[in-house]
Design a protein around this ligand. Structure first.
Ligand SMILES: C[S@@+](CC[C@H](N)C(=O)[O-])C[C@H]1O[C@@H](n2cnc3c(N)ncnc32)[C@H](O)[C@@H]1O
Length: 250
């Protein structure tokens, strides 16, 4: 595949972890558990390292358990907005990807992350800035409108939505001064519109807005047609910036 976003996002994030202190890892909003499985593989040389994933979606946790429990990963159904049901100082690393926007009380959530982290533990919180996602195509206004509707779409499983969550990550963590951190951006840049690409996944997700009544089928078809035309003519480009806050508990 001709995608040019190498090394992968997961690898980029894995390289940020402070390995020497790392014997327990929590993934908040782990979904179907793919990231956790990846990190477990990456760090298999660390003995007795605990990898725990939580998500409020029961079907995601059932699937994660079915696929990965035998690999020693732990999964629990839990709503992080109600607090993290772990005792204090349980984890060396707390990680999340594209979850923070769904949680209404973000400061309370960050305090919970702080509470369950061991002294000197690390929070690695990643979030796409949905308002900065781009697709190239012919009809600028239409693409803009569809992407705008997608970034503002609060899906049924979300308690909150914020299309600026990526750029706000730094601010929400930094405002309460309980972590010493920094912010980075990983850009996913794709020139290939193919089934295994992020751009393809997102076009599929945008399609769910038709069923939800947010856009019409015609609007969606026109959008897809524009993207496919760009792909055929060699002009396709999809860029998705992932903001990454990495902070140490102080
Ligand atoms: C966009 S998905 C990201 C999944 C996974 N982190 C990934 O990157 O593939 C967001 C996930 O967060 C979960 N989620 C949303 N709000 C949550 C909450 N309050 N507590 C726990 N999980 C939540 C959703 O169920 C969903 O699996």
């Amino acid at each position: 595949m001709a995608n040019i976003w190498k090394p992968s996002l997961q690898q980029y994030v894995a390289d940020l972890f402070k390995r020497e202190q790392f014997t327990s890892f929590l993934d908040i909003g782990c979904g179907y558990g793919k990231d956790l499985k990846y990190f477990k593989e990456q760090f298999k040389s660390i003995p007795n390292c605990r990898f725990v994933g939580i998500d409020k979606l029961e079907r995601a946790i059932s699937s994660a358990c079915e696929n990965y429990s035998r690999d020693g990963l732990e999964f629990y159904t839990m709503d992080a907005a109600d607090g993290l049901n772990f005792s204090e100082e349980s984890f060396d690393i707390v990680y999340s990807m594209n979850v923070m926007e769904c949680i209404k009380d973000k400061l309370k959530h960050i305090e919970e992350i702080y509470r369950v982290l061991k002294p000197g533990g690390q929070a690695v919180c990643c979030h796409c800035d949905w308002d900065s996602v781009i697709y190239n195509g012919e009809n600028k206004e239409h693409i803009r409108e569809i992407l705008n509707k997608y970034s503002n779409w609060k899906q049924p499983w979300m308690d909150d939505a914020d299309s600026w969550m990526g750029r706000r990550l730094w601010g929400v963590f930094n405002s309460i001064k309980i972590f010493s951190g920094e912010v980075r951006i990983f850009n996913i840049i794709e020139t290939d519109f193919s089934e295994r690409s992020k751009g393809w996944d997102m076009v599929k997700e945008i399609g769910y807005m038709v069923q939800a009544g947010v856009i019409t089928k015609d609007e969606y078809d026109n959008f897809v047609c524009d993207i496919e035309t760009a792909s055929r003519s060699g002009e396709y480009l999809h860029v998705r910036p992932i903001y990454i806050y990495s902070g140490v508990k102080i």
